[in-house]
Design a protein around this ligand. Sequence first.
Ligand code: B12
Length: 316
Amino acid sequence: MSNTLSKVCTISSVDWFQRTTNEDQNRGTAVYTVKQVATLTGVTEPTLRAWERRYGVVEPARSSGGYRLYDETQVALLREMAALVSNGVPASHAAAALRSRPAAAEQGPPTQPSGDSLVEAAEALDPVKLHRVIDQAFGSAPFEQVAEHWLPEQLLRIGEAWEHGRLDVSQEHFASASLMGAIAGVFSAAPEPNPASSVLVGLPPGARHDLMLFAFAACLKRTGTAVVYLGTDVPEGSWLAAASEARPRAAVLGVTAPEEVPRAQAIIDGLKGVTPPLSVWVGGSQRHAVTGAEQLPDEVARAAALLHRSLLAGRN
Ligand code: B12
């Protein structure tokens, strides 16, 4: 799995953002001021201007008043440039490497390795095969793309194989555990953002389907948002205690089964009374059944980008 970690570290969210700009117009909208970009990237305003002037890594739009405005693609690119420079790569080299990278259109979707599928590897209870399949998929595209395409497709296939008796519970658990490990690698590899404005992410009590929720959390952390990941089966009292302790700006609950709805609703209602106030968001297939929370779309990377933008704009 260490292989996975090194691969995901080298694949950026930039190409993913470029690829999907046309799908979501807001995503390509230049909304960040140079001051906000400095906060998001940890690069000072004069350095940002110098990189633009000297290396042309990004060319921000201008407001009617002539102020620089950056979009998310540009912010992600600058974050990568900052990471390279802080690892000792000269700025001119880092800029050349980023400029010469193939465009998203040339990259293609996440690949399913030839030969084994996840179901086959799980069926064989073969860790080497399983890690190879996962490493190859996670290394084939930015995590945002893997999380929106390959991961849910494979989970559905695992579910079908389980339902039809091809996979036993042990084989499904074997695959799920490795996928959680791979997502954990991506989550840990994302730079640690400023914890002052964190987001709590977790499931209601009794709920254990957190693979897509964790993938969402990893995408959210990769946008530069601090994430406190609570995970599965979190009692209502613990949600409220965590909110008081961490003082997050937002909380995100996953609701994936009908029986979870009343418990999720109780948490949402409870979080409304917490001080300082926080915005409450909900994702997963049963999200429409709860009230009093903002709805996130099914596509986890899109959902993460939406929440990130909303927090940045101070709407929530
Ligand atoms: C892996 C798995 C497990 C693992 C979960 C491991 C983990 N850490 O997540 C374990 C073993 C724990 C498990 C347990 C159970 N499972 Co299960 N599980 C699955 C499996 C194979 C994948 C689940 C998954 O992640 N799906 C994710 C995607 C593929 O589906 P989705 O829920 O529609 O989510 C989409 C969006 O809503 C979004 N999304 C999901 N969450 C969130 C959150 C946010 C914030 C956002 C933005 C988006 C988002 O992502 C997806 C892509 O768009 C499914 C098969 C399936 N068809 O899903 C069964 C499945 C969900 N499980 C099922 C069952 C029955 C169970 C158990 C009751 C089994 C048992 N007898 O113990 C328990 C219940 C546990 C509990 N109390 O929650 C059934 C549910 C049937 C039903 N309709 O109610 C399924 C469908 C299998 C089946 N065909 O029978 N399971």
